[in-house]
Design a protein around this ligand. Structure first.
Ligand SMILES: O=P(O)(O)OC[C@H]1O[C@](O)(COP(=O)(O)O)[C@@H](O)[C@@H]1O
Ligand SMILES: [Mg+2]
Ligand SMILES: [Mg+2]
Length: 338
């Protein structure tokens, strides 16, 4: 049976789920950007894209050349598409208004152009994450950061591109999660999985254990219980994974279930977690919830958090519902507050 192309899938979404044409057009621009980034990633040293850029982003992190290049590609692919009024990125201090030379449209896009930066130079998985919000009041030229300050439940679409052994584009338009695989010989994305579901139970978790001494009490207790295995209170043996790329961790969970956390810790009290709410946690939470999983900050649903800053950080607990419920209960009963 012939596989459905991304174009055919989006046409079907317009017909059967009343997805606006503006949104499917934007998705095609994102897919083009992902293909372009994949091209650079595949060439690696041959294209001179490895190593540091010699600059810092707004979070004070060293930018890799590929962070900067991917950001450029995401902007140049999406800004002219006519479906946007503004763009925001991990790699841009301020939000970007669509230039006067291009038409404006009814959406705002936020992205982490290159996720898993520490994996770039070692040829391990990396990705691009995106979130699409409606532009308040419809399309406009004079957007500000305030227009982006919407909770994740407002997202019209969200997803990621994974540059791994295969290139996958995985997204939700609010009607379940679908995954597309790029045929590198033709540059066409084909639908390879639909209606992805995450089992409520799992025996696999992901956390960066090198931060253990900094974790708060509920996370210490939770991971301690998992490590106690069958003889502990959870009564089963758990396996652990850490890929150091949020996209790859979420992809694994969408493929075979599991639980992921990047918790808040006491290393830096000003930083409630490492991951960013608006272009990492919200889009991934939308995907996870659409697949039947859960996503909280330890106290409440991530997608209900009212953002205050474009680059704000958040603690993330996501994946199998049973694990997310358990760790969330440990937080809620701990006497700690957000
Ligand atoms: O350094 P650590 O603790 O392994 O961090 C890994 C985490 O940091 C990130 O790489 C942050 O993303 P960026 O590469 O976009 O900054 C996540 O993808 C990943 O979950
Ligand atoms: Mg990231
Ligand atoms: Mg990044």
């Amino acid at each position: 049976m012939a596989l459905m192309t991304l174009h055919q899938y989006l046409a079907r979404e317009e017909r059967e789920n009343s997805v606006p044409h503006e949104l499917t057009t934007l998705l095609l621009s994102v897919a083009d950007a992902a293909k372009n980034i994949r091209g650079k990633v595949s060439q690696g040293a041959l294209a001179g894209v490895l190593g540091l850029a010699g600059t810092e982003n707004v979070q004070g992190e060293d930018q890799k050349k590929l962070d900067v290049i991917s950001n450029e590609i995401m902007c140049t692919a999406n800004e002219p598409c006519g479906m946007l009024s503004g763009l925001a990125s991990e790699e841009m201090t301020e939000v970007l208004r669509v230039s006067d030379e291009y038409a404006v449209g009814p959406y705002l896009i936020l992205f982490d152009p290159l996720d898993g930066s520490s994996n770039i130079d070692i040829d391990a998985p990396i990705g691009t994450i995106f979130s699409v919000l409606p532009c308040p009041g419809g399309k406009k030229r004079d957007i500000t950061e305030a227009d982006f300050m919407q909770p994740g439940i407002n997202q019209a679409a969200a997803g990621y591109a994974l540059y791994g052994t295969q290139t996958q584009l995985v997204f939700t338009l609010g009607h379940g999660v679908s995954a597309f695989t790029l045929d590198p010989s033709t540059g066409v994305f084909y639908l390879t999985k639909e209606n992805i579901r995450i089992a409520a139970e799992t025996a696999e978790f992901a956390i960066n254990c090198s931060n253990q001494r900094h974790w708060l009490k509920p996370v210490q207790q939770y991971v301690g219980e998992l490590l106690d295995g069958k003889k502990g209170p959870r009564g089963k043996n758990y396996n652990m994974r850490w890929i150091a790329c949020f996209v790859a961790e979420v992809h694994r969970i969408l493929c075979r279930g599991g639980f992921f956390t990047y918790p808040k810790d006491d290393k830096n009290p000003d930083r409630p977690g490492k991951l960013r709410l608006m272009y990492e946690a919200n889009p991934m939470s939308f995907l996870i919830e659409q697949a039947g999983g859960k996503a909280t900050n330890g106290f409440r649903r991530i997608m209900e958090i009212q953002p205050e800053k474009i680059h704000q950080r958040v603690a993330v607990f996501l994946g199998a519902a049973e694990e997310v419920d358990y760790i969330t209960r440990l937080h809620q009963e701990s006497g700690l507050t957000e």
